[in-house]
Design a protein around this ligand. Sequence first.
Ligand code: NAD
Length: 359
Amino acid sequence: MPHDVTFIPGDGTGPELAEATRRVLEATGVQFAWDEQPAGEDVYREEGTPFPDRTLASIRRTTVGIKGPTTTPVGSGFRSVNVLLRKELDLYACVRPCKAYEGVRTRFPETDIVIVRENTEGMYVGIEFENGTEPQAEVRATCARLGFEIPQDSGISLKYLSVHGSERIVEYAFEYAKANGRRKVTAAHKANIMKFSDGLFLEVARRVAERHPDIEFEDRIIDNLCNQLVSRPEEYDVVVLPNLYGDIVSDLGAGLIGGLGLAPGANIGTAAAMFEATHGSAPKYKGLNKVNPTALMLSGVLMLRHLGEREAADRLEGAIAAVIARGDKVTYDLKPTRDDPTAVGTSEFADAVIEEMNA
Ligand code: NAD
């Protein structure tokens, strides 16, 4: 039986990256029934929405999707497709493996960590009160009644972390560790300052850890974690974090392993899973057959594992790693200089991976 998968090319460089990824996934021999659906800037121009109902309906039906990046205009225009997706499908766990492959220029070749970011709570819940507005004045008045003075000329953003939200993300991190042969989970927080939100997260994390005595557990204050990740990343394994910290540490992780072109991701919920690169739509390279498809291909590897196709996943990951290690047929960002004339394009990189798998 082929796997039903929603295929979203996205916009900017998304369609080129998605096509290269589809080709290498098919070359594994695993059968897919792709349901191609639009999202992003192009469909917004045609239909007035960046995320049509039929795209959401398709993911609800297939429960698995792979997505090229989509542009989010700054300031005006439409809301982020990614935020909409996470909200609509309650994709609460963002999983971003950061593994340094041989042949990539990085100061941290030993890095092999997995960031598990909470996707639905924390600083990104969007509860905000604009300076100079009535709701802002009400929040200030309520806080004043409770003994907290907020300066009159303030913008206010609220964050919350719930027991339910914290428990399911930490539980997910432990389950991920177990399923993927990992030895340790580190919970990161700022519980020394934010005692009732991050403090709750830490307390819940400790309780969840007791249910998993076979996996080591430790916690780190977020600033200390950042310091340690850029000095001794090899000491870390699975790291679970509330939303904002997870967002920042994911990019830090991408930097550790040699750049955004290499960092894959998965957004996992109870009813669906969506696989996509950490990077964005890199619009200045649109249509140039130039950018690196590795991050989306490795997101495809995560999707294969999610679908239970472990052998195909290992084979595809091995082929990508071999092409990068050889270094001849790689994109510009993996060459010693950015204008190296021997760099290949997005599509030729996919050809090299397919050749490697067939060798
Ligand atoms: P970006 O990640 O698109 O690109 C930043 C730079 O990183 C590029 O100019 C390029 O030099 C490099 N880069 C990114 N991907 C690469 C690849 N595959 N190969 C080689 N180099 C690569 O970030 P941005 O320019 O800040 O964002 C562009 C748009 O993408 C914005 O509208 C943003 O909102 C959106 N975005 C979407 C997603 C998503 O769809 N998941 C994620 C992040 C940003």
